[in-house]
Design a protein around this ligand. Sequence first.
Ligand code: ASN
Ligand code: ZN
Length: 356
Amino acid sequence: DALQSVVGSGKSQYNGTVPINTTLVGSTYQMLDSTRGVGGKYGGMAITNANHSPESNPNPGTIYTNSTNTWGDGQQYINGGSTTNANGQTAAVNALWGLMNTYDAMKNVLGWQSLDGNNTSTYIAVHVDNQYDNAFFEPGCKCMYIGDGGTSFYNLGSIDVIGHEMHHGVTDATSNLTYSGESGGLNESSSDIGGEMTEAYARAGGTGSVIPATGNDWVMGREISRSGSPLRYMYKPSKDGQSPNAWSTSLKNLNVHYSSGPNNRMFYFLSQGSNSSSSSDYYSQYLNQQPLAMTGIGNDKAFRIWFRANTQKFTSSTNYADARNKMVTAAEELYGVGSKEATAVKRAYAAINVGT
Ligand code: ASN
Ligand code: ZN
């Protein structure tokens, strides 16, 4: 059968009804986006059904199919229900919408193609395990698995979480930051930055910028949380009760999802600035001091500097001090030695106790 690229309609759980790129094969629609990526397992970006195969040995299954090009019901998946009816398809709609936005933000803001920079296709398998409260990038297949959520979360396919997992794929293909110690925190932070910027890209309406008129929420996983509390607060990491706001010698001993905190906050300052006279949560509490007052350079520039540093400068053993120096170099290459952008990088790191 001839393959025909078409645009379908998906009822997503977190973003309303969204246009999704699918493929018509004979009289069956497939959740295969052949407008993004080439080669790889499916010759385009695909969403597959892991159909509750275990997280410890997941089977990605096959591409989602449907008899019409209207997918999902926008509702949380009912545990134990069909993974292929409209309710079961919603997880796939969430994943494809997140994937499309992640891919487009990388391409249109950063000039980067897919996870490896060579535009190689990947895929996301949904419904992994049972009532699974996690999502992950798997280096073997260079693909991603998304859980339905259990006690803590709803379906983990929010845009920021999908972006987070896809950016693990970029780090895996480039700096390959070791997933422990300070480099592990930077690896996690790079995914939080990528996830938050993907969300910003979608909020900005897919315009090629990551500067939405409505601003960012600067948290990870707001939508997926059953408790209402997000997973991580980029603007003030300590709000999670575990992450520090600034670098210290003991940072390397923390779980990577907490040692990411200071770098997340650095990125927030780099983009949005800080105002030492403000008493709001956004600016207070750097150790016992206020951060240095600084002017932010906005999401677009901050994202380009971070991404260049991670993909072109960092190595697997890069720590916070090394990241700071390489971020300065990346800013100088993009915007000039002595540029306000390079100065902003120094101030943002100084605000988390790295360098001056
Ligand atoms: N969801 C987690 C993450 O991507 C999975 C993990 O702990 N690696 O960070
Ligand atoms: Zn992660």
